[in-house]
Design a protein around this ligand. Structure first.
Ligand code: BTN
Length: 257
């Protein structure tokens, strides 16, 4: 059981998680918050589910997570909150918040993988899926879905990156309340930083992405492009250098070569 009291004591935010919805089972926390139901109108609403029946991953994958062991949750940001922001930057701050929370609480080194995976020792500990709901030409709401492997120790299925969990890395049971509160606290701070000094966010993200400078492949459907991970640009897109030409990549799956 998720202990709401402990979570509440650790939560230091003004907005994020102040409207908190906890449920046993749902199709997908992202889909639920995207639905626009009346009870999910407040910006900063967090929806946490013990089990997702149809958890969504990036690139039409599914996100599998054992019931009650990990964290699968989504954060809703309404159009007023994101009005001045570059939605792409939300990828950067979400993965930064998760990475910083893990390092702060457990002194474990993490790495970021474009656009928003969090790795420990090249294995994936967390994935993020950002979805938007659009009305006309405008963004109505943004949902940031985060899945973190905490106490699961066996993973079944096909993975493009080997999964790991904090328990596998640390050999100890992980409190879920603490880390969820820490992520939300950091996320809110990073949102403020993003508004005031977006350059700092880009700098922090780059410094945690150890793949910059490495040879990588990017898969987008049938298309595979290989080259050097040159940098990310100011919008957070990946810059791939091949044959001395730098190409901007908006979408795809990065793998090590
Ligand atoms: C990925 O790495 O492919 C992204 C995984 C995102 C999973 C989370 S779990 C909570 C939220 N609800 C979903 O359906 N997906 C995201």
């Amino acid at each position: 059981m998720f202990n709401l009291e402990i979570f509440d004591i650790k939560l230091e935010t003004d907005i994020l998680g102040r409207n908190f919805i906890y449920c046993d089972e749902i199709e997908s926390t992202n889909a639920e918050l995207l639905s626009g139901k009346q009870q999910y109108k407040k910006t900063g609403t967090v929806f946490l589910a013990e089990k997702q029946i149809a958890g969504k991953g990036r690139i039409d994958r599914t996100w599998l997570s054992a019931k009650g062991l990990n964290l699968t949750f989504s954060i809703l940001l309404t159009k007023e909150t994101v009005a001045e922001l570059n939605i792409n930057h939300l990828n950067l701050i979400s993965s930064l918040a998760v990475s910083m929370a893990i390092e702060n609480l457990f002194q474990l080194k993490t790495e970021l993988k474009w656009p928003n995976d969090v790795l420990i020792d090249k294995k994936k500990v967390a994935g993020i899926l950002i979805e938007t709901s659009i009305k006309g030409n405008n963004i109505e709401r943004v949902v940031i879905g985060i899945g973190i492997n905490l106490n699961q120790i066996a993973f079944h299925g096909d993975f493009n990156l080997t999964p790991t969990s904090l328990k596998l890395e640390l050999r100890t049971e992980i409190d879920r309340e603490n880390i969820l509160a820490e992520i939300l606290n950091l996320f809110e701070e990073l949102l403020t930083e993003l508004r005031n000094k977006p350059g700092n966010i880009l700098k922090d993200w780059r410094s945690r992405c150890k793949m910059i400078g490495d040879k990588i492949s990017i898969t987008d459907g049938e298309k595979v492009r290989s080259g050097i991970f040159y940098d990310i640009d100011d919008d957070g897109f990946l810059l791939l250098k091949r044959n001395n030409v730098v190409e901007k990549i908006h979408y795809g799956d990065v793998s090590f070569v």
